[in-house]
Design a protein around this ligand. Structure first.
Ligand SMILES: NC(=O)c1ccc[n+]([C@@H]2O[C@H](COP(=O)([O-])OP(=O)(O)OC[C@H]3O[C@@H](n4cnc5c(N)ncnc54)[C@H](OP(=O)(O)O)[C@@H]3O)[C@@H](O)[C@H]2O)c1
Length: 342
């Protein structure tokens, strides 16, 4: 059994739906909107975020005159009343708005919690008030065994969305989360950073630690997994795509074979390796062919839900980490990924 089983028909789940994307002007949001416009026929597609300039820029690419379903909505997930207004007659919410930079969250903990935790609560409350049908919150590998505030705040957010299914009662809203690793080439990530250094004529590339590994996912895969998770969610799952790992030293070598590297030391709040499913989650983890599903520990969860469709539980000792992953990005794949990036 796969999470993505027939992606074209899974996109059809968006047909005739009114969809709100919080953080819709970000990397994920833009790519989701592009796909939703191409591959489905949403009734309304509402993009919510704070900065009017990002809205303006996005409107140059996705012109409301050409796409009658598009609505651009300035708003902050910290503001319940505004979210409540944005969610009127909405069927599906994808919650992508977040403060996601580890150092920024370490230095500005109140701000991180307001957006990532209070924002999550506001999304849940507004979704229940407006009888939204399905909500998918984007999460991160950093939420598993977190050591930095960004990860801890996203773990709190995951807990809020899973527990929200306890509140939906006869309204029936299904809340779920999608947890994945570094999106290749996303804003502020290592690839644009290395590219800039190489273009500026750097004589060596900085590495925090030569042992460091990360999970890697393409933005397109992230969007496809989000659509598949939305279409299949029973409510309460944390979906974890099976994705490859890569060593940071290999990335530096592939991006600049002519340059040496130098070690600058691990940054505050950074891990050597990321984890997506820990030993304690393992008990509740179902293995699909292309993803893991961490089931909620609550008694209302129908434990046979996925196993009825032929999926198996992971072994008790299961641990899904970027270090012990059995799937690794090859140099050829990384070169191809890099070529695809704008
Ligand atoms: N990129 C990755 O490598 C990665 C990996 C795993 C998980 N994720 C998760 O995926 C989600 C989307 O990430 P992304 O890469 O698309 O991030 P992004 O490019 O930084 O976009 C974030 C979006 O959220 C909006 N936003 C921030 N604070 C907001 C607030 N208080 N209210 C409303 N909107 C707000 C931003 O616009 P304004 O600033 O204009 O409001 C922006 O549109 C996040 O939840 C992130 O944690 C990302």
């Amino acid at each position: 059994m796969k999470l993505i089983n027939d992606i074209d028909s899974q996109y059809k789940y968006l047909d005739d739906k009114s969809i709100l994307v919080t953080g819709g002007t970000g990397s994920f949001g833009r790519h989701f909107v592009m796909n939703a416009l191409k591959r489905a026929k949403p009734r309304r597609l509402i993009i919510l975020s704070r900065d009017e300039f990002k809205h303006y820029e996005m409107q140059q690419i996705f012109r409301p005159e050409e796409h009658a379903c598009l609505r651009f909505f300035i708003g902050d997930v910290r503001d319940f009343n505004r979210l409540n207004m944005a969610m009127r007659e909405v069927d599906i919410v994808i919650h992508a708005a977040a403060m996601k930079h580890v150092p920024a969250a370490e230095h500005n903990p109140f701000e991180c919690l307001h957006t990532n935790v209070n924002g999550a609560e506001n999304v849940v409350r507004a979704a229940l008030e407006n009888r939204v049908s399905r909500v998918l919150a984007l999460s991160t590998d950093k939420a598993c065994n977190p050591i930095n505030l960004y990860g801890a705040s996203k773990l709190a957010s995951d807990k809020i969305f899973v527990a929200a299914n306890n509140l939906s009662g006869s309204i029936g809203t299904r809340f779920a989360a999608l947890r994945y690793g570094n999106v290749i080439g996303s804003r502020g990530s290592v690839i644009p950073f290395f590219r800039k250094l190489i273009a500026e004529g750097a004589t060596s590339l900085p590495l925090t630690d030569p042992r460091m590994t990360r999970f890697w996912i393409k933005l397109q895969q992230g969007v496809d997994f989000a659509v598949a998770a939305l279409s299949q969610s029973r409510g309460g799952e944390i979906f974890v795509p099976r994705i490859p790992s890569m060593r940071m030293t290999d990335l530096a070598r592939v991006m600049a074979p002519h340059l040496p590297t130098h070690v600058v030391g691990i940054r505050p709040g950074e891990k050597l390796h990321e984890v997506m499913v820990n030993e304690d989650d393992a008990r509740q983890t179902i293995e699909l062919e292309d993803a893991y599903v961490i089931e909620p520990a609550f008694s209302w969860w129908q434990r046979s839900s996925y196993t009825n469709d032929g999926a198996q539980y992971a072994p008790d000792t299961f641990y899904y980490s970027s270090e012990t992953n059995t799937d690794w990005v090859t140099d050829e794949q990384m070169r191809a990924f890099l070529q695809d990036l704008p």
